[in-house]
Design a protein around this ligand. Structure first.
Ligand SMILES: [Zn+2]
Length: 84
C-alpha cells in the first residue's frame, strides 16, 4: 500500500457528490465511527468539491486506534471497562 502525505491527490467516490471526485490529503479532525469523539489532525482524503472527509488512508488507522484507546482510557466512553 502506497503511503500518502499532505497535498497528495487521488480519486475516490464521494457519497455526497455521487461521483468519482479528486481528493486531496489533508490533516483533519475526524470523528470516531461511533461519533463519540474526534481524532485530531489525522491524514484524511478530502473531497475537492464538497470539502468532506471521504477517505482515510490505511496508514492513519493505528493513529486513530491509539487516539481511541486514549479517549476511552480517559473515561470518554460510557462503557465501563471490566478487568478479568
Ligand atoms: Zn464530495
Amino acid at each position: 500500500m502506497k503511503k500518502v502525505k499532505v497535498g497528495d491527490t487521488c480519486k475516490a467516490v464521494c457519497q455526497d457528490c455521487k461521483a468519482v471526485v479528486d481528493i486531496t490529503f489533508q490533516l483533519r479532525d475526524v470523528p470516531f465511527s461511533n461519533g463519540m469523539g474526534i481524532v485530531e489532525q489525522v491524514l484524511s482524503g478530502v473531497c475537492n468539491q464538497c470539502d468532506r472527509v471521504i477517505s482515510i488512508p490505511h496508514q492513519s488507522t493505528p493513529e486513530i486506534k491509539k487516539a481511541y484507546d486514549k479517549y476511552t482510557a480517559e473515561g470518554g466512553s460510557s462503557e465501563q471497562k471490566t478487568k478479568a
